[in-house]
Design a protein around this ligand. Structure first.
Ligand code: CMX
Length: 139
């Protein structure tokens, strides 16, 4: 597989507006997009530092993945996402190498990217996402 960079780091927060205020007023980086991803039961806010994004995630459903994470572990780093050249190939390779796939089929993530997750129990505790931008739009 070919990973090109860290696409984003996902951070679970309880209150998106309060978290945005911290990133903007303390760290001085501007939120450039807010988007609800219904499929993932989250509302997201994006920031960009160099080539890497920070994705803040507020759950819209306590039974969703971020809702459950917050209940169990509280706020904090939720996942790391790698940009890959060929997501289907990357998933195939991970599976062959014994990694448990959460998604064997691609999902549509924020910003229209094709995404898929690897289970944290087989990736040393880090929920890992692969992303490929097939939108034709520059990120
Ligand atoms: N990072 C590390 N470990 C995690 C985790 C995370 N984000 N979320 C759950 N875990 C751990 C649990 O604590 C649990 O550990 P223990 O067994 O030691 O207690 C273990 O993983 C298995 O948990 P589970 O019972 O299978 O847990 P869940 O039902 O909570 O599901 C997971 C966990 C990762 C399969 C689920 O959250 C998932 O499918 N995630 C992928 C989708 C997602 O996270 N979407 C939100 C982001 C969307 C976006 O970026 O747009």
């Amino acid at each position: 597989m070919e990973l090109t960079h860290i696409e984003h780091i996902g951070i679970a927060v309880k209150d998106l507006d309060k978290a945005i205020e911290y990133y903007e007023k303390v760290l001085g980086i501007k939120c450039y997009a807010i988007e609800e991803v219904k499929d993932q039961k989250v509302k997201t806010a994006f920031f960009k530092i160099g080539q890497t994004k920070i994705e803040l995630l507020q759950s819209t459903d306590p039974e969703g993945p971020v809702g459950k994470f917050i209940t169990k572990k509280g706020e904090g780093i939720h996942h790391m996402a790698f940009a890959v050249k060929n997501i289907e190939q990357a998933l195939k390779e991970a599976k062959v190498k014994g990694i448990r796939l959460i998604d064997s089929k691609l999902r549509r993530g924020a910003e229209g990217l094709d995404i898929a997750f690897l289970h944290p129990k087989t990736t040393f505790g880090v929920l890992t996402e692969f992303c490929e931008n097939k939108t034709g739009k520059e990120e």
